[in-house]
Write a protein that binds this ligand. Structure first.
Ligand SMILES: [Zn+2]
Length: 199
């Protein structure tokens, strides 16, 4: 009885510590234990196989998707990209949407007027991340699949291709487990997350 009461009193304190730990990790990557991606063992020294399936339909997003994937591919020898889901540790599907026809999301609340977002799921199908608030709660961190949504709201202009590429690099980073909010590749953070040896 005494013990149980003490444990109950401790529970809020433990929760607070968890939140602090998660906040600290929040500027880097979604926390994980042992398996940072589906069937990928941390520090195994094997490449992370990522399938990028382009379901955007049409040819307007496709070139920027290809460039963003190439940048990650060239950015680290531990990243290996394919366009088929078979044998991939993480399957990323690229989709387009518009605010007037929002996608049905599992585990996320849809937000209007953003350039795009990523919905990330662990091996059990639980939502892993909550961009842009980056709260990786209720997920093991073993990323299995991600849906990257690209908003057709993107304004036209001479630099539209560069803006598309920046957006996709950013969202692909979330798909790989990063919770940071820059448009950089974040290879160092990925190396920490997956236990890759120094390049
Ligand atoms: Zn973001």
């Amino acid at each position: 009885m005494e013990d149980r009461r003490r444990r109950r009193a401790l529970a809020p304190v433990l929760l607070l510590l968890c939140l602090i730990a998660i906040t600290a990790a929040g500027c880097g990557a979604i926390p994980f234990e042992e398996r940072p991606a589906s069937a990928y063992v941390y520090g195994s020294g094997s490449p992370l196989r990522v399938a990028v399936v382009d379901e955007t339909v049409g040819d307007d997003w496709a070139p920027a998707i290809a460039r963003a994937v190439r940048r990650y591919d060239e950015g680290s020898r531990w990243l290996e990209f394919t366009d088929t889901a078979t044998g991939a540790h993480i399957v990323v599907t690229m989709r387009r949407y518009s605010d007037t026809a929002p996608p049905a999301l599992q585990g996320y609340v849809f937000q209007t007027a953003v350039g795009g977002f990523a919905a990330v799921y662990d091996a059990d199908g639980s939502a892993c991340n909550f961009p842009p608030s980056a709260l990786p709660l209720g997920c093991s961190g073993e990323i299995a699949r991600a849906e990257v949504y690209l908003n057709d709201i993107i304004p036209p202009g001479d630099d539209i291709e560069a803006r598309r590429e920046r957006l996709i690099v950013h969202e692909l980073g979330h798909a790989l487990g990063l919770t940071r909010h820059s448009a950089e590749l974040g290879i160092e953070q990925l190396a920490r997350r997956y236990g890759w040896p120094a390049e």
